[in-house]
Write a protein that binds this ligand. Structure first.
Ligand code: GTP
Ligand code: MG
Length: 171
């Protein structure tokens, strides 16, 4: 299995299109309280985790929640697509403000796999164009990702994900 080391008291950004398996991966590898998801934040500010009109307020809440955890020295995993550079930049800046390390963990299963999985999800009723746009954002991000301030950028493709991943918390 692939070993992924993450900062024990820092921040981890999951990065991947809808359907790439971020929430599943987070459930499998981290404690529920370590995971801060944009869906949970949307639900808390609007009553509906699919409410796209609540996005700005949801991310306000997300950053506030993450900031408190980082100040308290707690490992925090952000479960959001994070495919746009702007979205990552504000979280990297948040980690810097709290003097903690930040890693990116890219789940890279490919657009067709992600879109096919979403087809089977009643809670994701958007069309394939949404994943296509996210995939384009991710592809644009690849080259510069390592220069955005991450300590490490881990990229897990279908083979690594299928073979299994071990998370090591590094102090
Ligand atoms: P969004 O929240 O929409 O951004 O998606 P996500 O990246 O959180 O994906 P999620 O973990 O919800 O997984 C999407 C679907 O794919 C779910 O139905 C999962 O059960 C399925 N899935 C996740 N990981 C895997 C995997 O490794 N293999 C297979 N076969 N299915 C998976
Ligand atoms: Mg999810």
């Amino acid at each position: 299995p692939t070993t992924v080391t993450v900062p024990a008291t820092g921040l981890v950004l999951l990065v991947g299109v809808s359907g790439s398996g971020k929430s599943t991966f987070a459930r499998e590898h981290f404690h529920p309280t370590e995971v801060v998801s944009s869906d949970a934040c949307r639900a808390m500010v609007s009553g509906d985790e699919g409410d796209q009109d609540a996005t700005a307020d949801a991310f306000d809440l997300l950053e506030h929640w993450v900031g408190i955890r980082l100040r308290r020295g707690l490992l925090t995993v952000v479960d959001a697509t994070n495919v746009q550079q702007r979205a990552r930049a504000s979280l990297v800046a948040l980690a810097k403000r709290h003097h903690v390390l930040v890693d990116a963990l890219v789940l890279d299963v490919g657009e067709s796999t992600a879109a096919a999985r979403n087809e089977a999800r009643p809670e994701r009723d958007f069309g394939a164009h949404v994943v296509r746009r996210q995939q384009r954002d991710l592809d644009r991000s690849r080259r510069g990702l390592r220069k955005e301030g991450f300590r490490r950028v881990h990229v897990l493709g279908p083979a690594e994900l299928a073979a299994g991943v071990t998370i090591v918390r590094e102090r």
